[in-house]
Design a protein around this ligand. Structure first.
Ligand code: TRP
Ligand code: SF4
Length: 532
């Protein structure tokens, strides 16, 4: 059985209530105002805006216009945030290579929260991306203490639902972590660039954490980068915000694997981004009048024209030290992990004027994008991976039907994709609502659709692609024309229909799944160890 049911990090679980008096569930010490992003804890997100400020997740609104035919979960703000999604959106727009991947820990039945992620994968697949879905069996075994038999059973259920919802297995890949040798090999390589101290900082791991749990983390890093093994491509990982720590680490580790780093520079010395802005300003101002801008003249200019601050002063010092050296824009290739052969090959292949230093090469006749491409090509030709930093999109957690957190371990709080359709109907009928105490008040004040788990069902699932229908429910609710009894009846019927259809499709997919090359009878030995 699950070792610690109270710590539920399923992708749709959350204490989503917006008031600050909410009691968090047993596993978490965080107050409702804290933003706790813990992949194995109880994720509480009381305020999604804080994720933007504190963790640098960007608002999805800012990219949605760049997405071709955005999914309804994007249009309705259910997908609320992203990290670096632009390259993926661009690839989809231009019909270029892209990939989507997500993973599922088979700790219980797949439920309507997981459906969000299934839909996100399928949408990207249909938009042209290579699609991958994996069963995080190593993680379930090592971090959640599930036995291999339990894992096998649940894995089958996740995959059947994913197929039933439209994942095309001919054109996409399904795997489990434990049997994917390439993923394990990649995990081992990535592990060379990840330190225990980081695990302590990011995940709170300590001397009690099992080595297998740590191995499951590098495995997840490998999952995330697996779509780029054959060749680098923009890749999006749709997940709940509790997985963001994994994304940040994966992006870091991917960068550390690179052979070269490309930056812009103005002179032979190194400058950070802010100093560089000053150099750029000086160059722009002085190059109009003279062919050769000298560093010392740029120093004088900054001294005269710019308000003093640490970056300006540092730039001035560096410029003075460089004296008569000409200031000239260039791209710089820094040696990160390159072999001597790769470094030499890079120099060979740089077109136009170039200059070689010990640890870097400056190129004067190419722009940054060309330089990035060249660096990646040379790296890949010399046995490197050339990873692009993986992107992610984040969806809101669903509120439990009983209010508060939706949790796999509380059956009444969620609707499992395996629930008897009539039970699904009943669960919706007895759900908490955002309604007023009396029908009269409801007519007068309108319902609180924004606080209502039943409205969420409409928006996240029951309205499907029909924005008008979702808007109508909302307007009627807040306008007082809709009463909860009828509204729940309608939702319950739609839910029942959805479950009936979904389960029929699941039954059809049994044969499809059996034909796929994925081992659901794992035959592995071993019971999960003690501390995780
Ligand atoms: N850690 C994820 C979870 O808790 C599962 C997972 C494993 C995953 N590998 C992944 C998610 C890669 C996204 C991408 O559910
Ligand atoms: Fe929720 Fe429907 Fe009641 Fe509005 S009318 S509060 S959406 S159940």
């Amino acid at each position: 059985m699950t070792r610690d049911d109270s710590r539920d990090a399923n992708p749709a679980s959350d204490d989503d209530s917006s008031d600050s008096t909410t009691v968090t569930d047993g596993g978490s010490a965080a107050g409702a105002d804290d933003v706790a992003l813990d992949p194995w804890g109880s994720s509480t997100v009381s305020d999604y805006r804080k994720l933007f400020e504190e963790f640098g997740i960007e608002s999805f609104d800012e990219v949605i216009d760049e997405v071709p035919n955005p999914h309804y979960l994007m249009r309705r703000g259910v997908i609320f945030g992203h990290r670096d999604y632009r390259p993926v959106a661009e690839a989809l727009r231009e019909g270029e290579d892209a990939a989507v991947l997500s993973g599922f820990m088979p700790t219980g039945d797949p439920h309507i929260g997981h459906k969000l992620v299934f839909d996100e994968i399928i949408w990207h697949q249909q938009a042209g991306a290579d699609a991958y879905a994996l069963i995080a069996d190593l993680e379930a075994h090592s971090a959640r203490g599930l036995s291999w038999d339990e894992i096998d059973e649940h894995a089958r259920d996740y995959l059947l639902s994913l197929l039933a919802l439209g994942f095309d297995p001919e054109d996409g890949e399904l795997y489990r972590q434990s049997t994917n040798r390439e993923v394990q090999d990649l995990a081992f390589e990535l592990g060379s660039n990840a330190r225990f101290a980081e695990f302590e900082g990011i995940y709170g791991f300590d001397g009690e954490t099992s080595v297998s749990h740590m191995q499951s983390v590098v495995t997840q890093m490998a999952d995330i980068l697996y779509p780029q093994l054959e060749e680098p491509k923009p890749t999006v990982i749709p997940v709940g915000p509790d997985q963001d720590p994994h994304m940040r680490l994966a992006r870091d580790v991917a960068a550390r694997m690179r052979s070269f780093k490309v930056t812009e520079a103005y002179a032979s010395f190194e400058a950070d981004a802010e100093e560089r802005d000053h150099l750029a300003a000086a160059y722009a101002a002085l190059s109009d009048d003279t062919d050769t801008v000298r560093c010392e003249d740029a120093a004088d200019w900054l001294d005269r024209e710019m308000a003093p601050d640490a970056a300006r002063d540092a730039a001035i010092d560096k410029l003075r030290a460089a004296g008569k050296e000409p200031l000239r824009p260039r791209v710089r290739f820094l040696d990160r992990n390159a072999t001597d052969e790769a470094f030499d090959a890079l120099i060979e292949s740089i077109p136009g004027e170039k200059r070689r230093y010990d640890e870097h090469i400056d190129a004067f006749d190419m722009d940054r994008t060309e330089a990035e491409e060249l660096a990646r090509d040379v790296e890949v030709d010399h046995g490197g991976y050339g990873f692009l930093p993986p992107s992610s999109i984040y969806h809101r957690f669903m509120t439990g039907l009983t209010g508060g957190k939706m949790s796999s371990s509380v059956p009444a709080s969620h609707i499992s994709l395996l629930d008897d359709p009539e039970d699904g109907y009943d669960k919706v009928k007895s759900a908490t609502t955002g309604g007023r105490e009396t029908a009269e008040k409801q007519r007068e004040l309108g319902g609180e659709a924004d606080e209502c788990p039943v409205y969420e069902l409409y928006a996240y699932l029951l309205s499907g692609d029909d924005d008008e229908f979702a808007a109508e429910v909302y307007e009627e609710c807040v306008g007082g024309e809709r009463l909860c009894g009828g509204c729940k009846e309608q939702a319950a019927e739609l839910m029942q229909e959805f479950l009936e259809e979904h389960q029929e499709k699941r039954a059809e997919m049994v044969a499809v799944l059996d034909d796929l090359d994925i081992d659901l009878d794992s035959d592995r030995q071993g019971v999960p160890g003690g501390e995780h």
